[in-house]
Ligand binder design. Structure first.
Ligand code: UGA
Length: 442
């Protein structure tokens, strides 16, 4: 194997790209990470991961020490550096629309392609609307000096925040969306260390690969909204969604994962992905096929509103002047990501309704303060709970699950807790004298 085969570039060093670059270096490749954001590149090059992800800082430090990982802002340098280029730039929701914003992907690809003078494989990892790879291939061929010798494949990424390193090193499956045997061979070579550990590989065309990603996220979102819809039915009928979910989950065909009721899904992926999927399906003339995702989104939004209603109820019908302790800000535990975070959405709605909301999160405080300056912030769960009329669990960090209800009771004004994540044991809290409430439970 010649030297170039061991050199990879990773374009876009956000959540996905930074993790991918570090993991590829850990697997033994020479990796060049590229981003337009000079500040991000400087921080990464100095060994600082710009977001919270367990295990990643240690792995970044090792990769930098080994000399196998470097960072640059120059796509021209990247084009020259290696022959396999991973495209990991973000595809956020376009302002004022459901569509995905592909400007960053297009800009990165065009600039890279202009510098490609020899045969190369560009591998898209970003989540994109089905059909994007075909369109980008034409763009790329038109601007690259190497013309058709440059190929575009799609290899969707399924990593979860909080488990990013593990999901990258030991994924459930690898999907290679390729247009040639050569591209398949190159991808098999690159991912050999992962495949050799027994990871299944599915080889398909690029459009199917693009679709696998959005279809998977659509399914996961649907599963969560399904159980939250059942929570609404449980409330109306006096049934208990917690027991319902446990019983459903024991059916192996259904499975218990992603069936936890509560505040619903947030983050930078599921909400925008189902919206972009609906938008793309409309364009393709099959909007009706995924129209149910509009309901999935609606149920999800409603869970947040119902949570506000539950807290109001617990507070005696009026939120004005009520002191609320909000435990959690991140969209889920083990993350400092507050994009579309149900926790902060609920906290700010409580604030707008007149409550005094004190927030604590183990790692997302800086992000929360920046985005929600009107809320108040404390130093610990006990700190924000001091004098509280209602405690609300919004993100199920393990340190919150482990709180001793008897100890917390001694600092609050009134022992009332709303469990937005079905993460606490009601019997334990009730035994300690708390009024416990959760969505979908009597
Ligand atoms: C999600 C997918 O799980 C990944 O497979 C995918 O690669 C990623 O999006 C992406 O597209 O990049 P992530 O956004 O990190 O990963 O978070 P999840 O662990 O999927 O959680 C999403 C949301 O659903 C969180 O707000 C979580 O609290 C909520 N959730 C999850 C529930 O409300 N109930 C559940 O049972 C499970």
């Amino acid at each position: 194997v010649d030297g170039a085969a061991h050199r990879l570039t990773v374009i876009g060093t956000g959540y996905l790209g930074a993790t991918h670059a570090v993991c590829m270096a850990a697997l033994g490749y020479q990796v060049l990470g590229v981003d337009v954001d000079a500040n991000k590149i400087e921080r990464l090059a100095a060994g600082e991961v710009p977001f919270f992800e367990p295990g990643l800082p240690e792995l970044l430090a090792k990769a930098l020490d080994s000399g196998r990982l470097r960072f640059t802002t120059s796509l021209a340098e990247a084009a020259d550096f290696g022959d396999v280029h991973f495209l990991c730039v973000g595809t956020p929701q376009r302002a004022g629309s459901y569509a995905a914003d592909l400007r960053h992907v297009e800009a990165a690809l065009i600039t890279l392609a202009r510098g490609l003078h020899r045969r190369a494989l560009v591998v898209g990892k970003s989540t994109v609307p089905v059909g994007t790879a075909a369109r980008l291939t034409d763009l790329m061929h038109a601007v690259s000096p190497a013309g058709d010798a440059v190929e575009l494949a799609w290899n969707p990424e399924f990593l979860r925040e909080g488990f990013a390193v593990d999901d990258t090193m030991r994924p459930d499956r690898l999907v290679f969306g390729v247009s040639s045997r050569w591209a398949e061979r190159r991808l098999r070579e690159v991912f050999a260390p992962v495949v050799d550990q027994g990871c299944p590989v599915l080889v398909t065309d690029p459009q199917t690969a693009e679709l696998v990603k959005v279809a998977a996220n659509g399914f996961l979102a649907t599963k969560i909204s399904y159980i939250n819809a059942m929570a609404e039915v449980c409330e109306a009928s006096g049934a208990d969604v917690h027991d319902l979910a446990t019983a459903l989950g024991l059916d192996e065909r259904i499975g218990s994962r992603f069936l936890r009721p509560g505040l619903g899904f947030g983050g930078g992926c599921l909400p925008k992905d189902i919206r972009a999927f609906m938008h793309r399906a409309e364009e393709l003339g099959v909007g009706r096929a995924v129209a149910f995702l509009g309901e999935v989104d609606g149920i999800n939004q409603r869970s947040r509103e119902r949570m506000v209603d539950l807290v109001r109820d617990l507070a005696g019908g009026d939120l004005r002047g009520v002191r609320v302790a909000a435990l959690g800000a991140a969209f889920k535990p083990n993350s400092d990501d507050i994009r579309d975070a149900p926790a902060l959405d609920v906290a700010s709605a409580l604030h707008r309704a007149g409550a005094r909301v004190w927030v604590f999160d183990p790692v997302a405080m800086a992000n929360a303060r920046r985005a929600y300056p009107a809320l108040e912030y404390g130093d610990s769960a006990f700190d924000v709970a001091t004098g509280a009329d209602v405690v609300v669990l919004l993100t199920e960090w393990s340190q919150f699950r482990e709180i001793d209800p008897a100890a917390l009771r001694t600092v609050v004004a009134r022992p009332r807790i709303a469990d937005g994540r079905h993460a606490l044991d009601p019997a334990r809290w009730q035994a300690a004298g708390w009024e416990y409430r959760a969505l979908g439970r009597p």
